[in-house]
Write a protein that binds this ligand. Sequence first.
Ligand code: FBP
Length: 323
Amino acid sequence: MVLRNYLQNETIPHNLSTIVQEIAVCCIEIGEKVERAALDNYQGLVTSSSINSSGDEQKKLDVISNDIMMKALIGTGYCSTLLSEEDDHAVIVQEPNSETCMVAFDPLDGSSNIDCNCCIGTIFSIYEDTDPTQILDNRIRRSGNEVVCAGYVLYGPATELVLTFTGKGVRKFTLDRKLGCFVDTGILDIRDKKKKIYSINEGNSPLWLDDMKQYIEQYRDPKQKYTQRWIGSMVADVHRTLLYGGMFCYPVDEKNIHGKLRILYECFPMAKILEEAGGKAILGHMSTQRILDIVPTEIHQRVPVLLGSSMEVDKYEEILAKM
Ligand code: FBP
């Protein structure tokens, strides 16, 4: 079943369905640019000093992907506000009306892996945005519980779209280049996934706070037989976690005092997907607060995140309870 038929069968409203299909088309184009990066000189930085609003180096493909997404989403006619990790400010497209949505996206996640041909991805989340009387700040400062659709596309050996709508579980689609579209390749549910994998950047371990040191220490115990994995692209590490089980974590540390990952572009969409797939997503910084319960204070806010199967996330809660 191709993506369009899945959206019809699930009676996804026309505005949401149009936006999701447009994002899918964008990601096919972005995937082609990523594949040809070395051939078409798309590798490297925009300029030696280009930094985005979150203080990260801006890669050529970050900007190209952002332009592709912005242009296509504006073209749907259903977007009122666009929030991108690559743009300093919200992009106001039109006044909210009964059919408009706000879309937040990371056009290319895992930028540090672009030039070494490792897996990278695009992440997005969609909110209904229908009240023209609401000021922009209030429309942005909404908890993740208001996300109605979330997804990501992984540019790996295969290009895969993972998608969820509230209450509809999580679906994976694989790009069929012959057909030129995404084809349904199954339901993702983490509840029966038991692989013993923990995913965190161990290189930062000396900088972690005590709660995280205690939590990760139990994974290092050889009797537990866990293995560690860190691709360094959230999309790729979370995708593996969804399919195999385990946990993914980017905590607070002495260098990243608020964590590294952005709440609107990375943590909300991934938390929504994990919860819809039967897993959990919490802050994991002396707190077990759900990521989706947080109300952002600004559009490039970073937060710590611990997500994965309930079994692995509950281990953090047990350790915290003993501290
Ligand atoms: P961006 O590439 O979109 O800035 O994302 C941040 C990110 O690359 C995540 O995808 C990944 O999980 C993390 O940073 C890797 O961080 P580090 O290089 O510190 O391990």
